[in-house]
Design a protein around this ligand. Structure first.
Ligand code: SAH
Length: 250
């Protein structure tokens, strides 16, 4: 009898934004394949009885390669087990959940998606930056900053991004901040466009750095900005208040 794979989003960190369905499937899991992005609070509550497999860190070296993770999911499900693949945020937004779904389909393994609160929305929100606002932005683009601008086969259209009047939200972008900001300005975006970087959002050591397209690369270097972090570019950043306590309990 084939088991089932649950692609589970943990939310951006902390137990408060873990969904009830995520809690339920985690608590009933036979096997949990996790990485570090869900955060310590969530990882500390994984059930004793489940087999827990650490798949590696965010952004850095992976303990297991993606192919190995997928192969393990298939093997464990074939053994009839309830397999939870636990990811930060939402599994289908830069979480490789899409690839895992395809592999499970190829092997005829049933899948349930348990959507999570994505960091792309919740992390800016937690520091008082809404992604849309009638006065500032009527559209939002979420993109990966992992691709180096200028790369021949880039999936990103920098001209389009620079001309885009809405908010840009960049995940996995810390390493490429200088290239990203330069590329946007080179393609015509106003260098005075406000930018915020939120590191470790919704964690006790959350930190915000605010500047403009012109200044943010130097600022992030001098402040030693590290992943995981969300970069928000656009006029909505003007709503950030440095002296305001976080908008959500942490
Ligand atoms: N599926 C996830 C994103 C995975 S990609 C989601 O929906 O949130 C990993 C990237 O997510 C990181 O490089 C960072 O850009 C962002 N990220 C995830 N959690 C974060 C957090 N708590 N604070 C800041 N950035 C976070």
């Amino acid at each position: 009898m084939t088991g089932k794979v649950y692609l589970v989003g943990s939310g951006p960190g902390g137990l408060g934004l873990l969904t009830l369905r995520a809690r339920e499937v985690i608590d009933q899991a036979d096997v949990i394949l996790y990485d570090q992005l869900p955060g310590e609070d969530v990882l500390a509550t994984l059930p004793e009885r489940a087999e827990k497999i650490d798949c590696g860190k965010f952004g850095g070296k992976h303990t297991l390669e993606q192919d190995d993770i997928e192969a393990l999911m298939v093997t464990k499900a074939r053994e009839g087990k309830k397999v939870v693949r636990l990811k930060g945020g939402d599994p289908f937004l830069f979480g490789r959940g899409g690839e895992e779904l395809e592999v499970m389909r190829e092997h005829g393994i049933p899948v349930e998606l348990v959507s999570g609160v994505t960091s792309a929305l919740a992390v800016p929100g937690a520091v008082g930056i809404p992604l849309t606002h009638r006065k500032y932005a009527s559209q939002v683009t979420i993109l990966t900053g992992h691709e180096e601008p200028g790369k021949a086969e880039s999936g990103l259209d920098w001209e389009n991004l620079a001309g885009n009047p809405g908010t840009l939200v960049i995940l996995m972008g810390v390493k490429n901040i200088p290239d990203i900001t330069r590329s946007l300005v080179d393609h015509g975006k106003d260098p005075d466009t406000p930018v915020a970087i939120i590191e470790r959002g919704l964690r006790p050591d959350q930190r915000v750095t605010v500047g403009t397209l012109r200044t943010i690369a130097d600022l992030s270097k001098s402040r030693n900005v590290r992943p995981p972090a969300i970069i928000v570019i656009g006029d909505v950043v003007r709503l950030y208040r440095e002296d305001e306590p976080g908008l959500v309990p942490m």
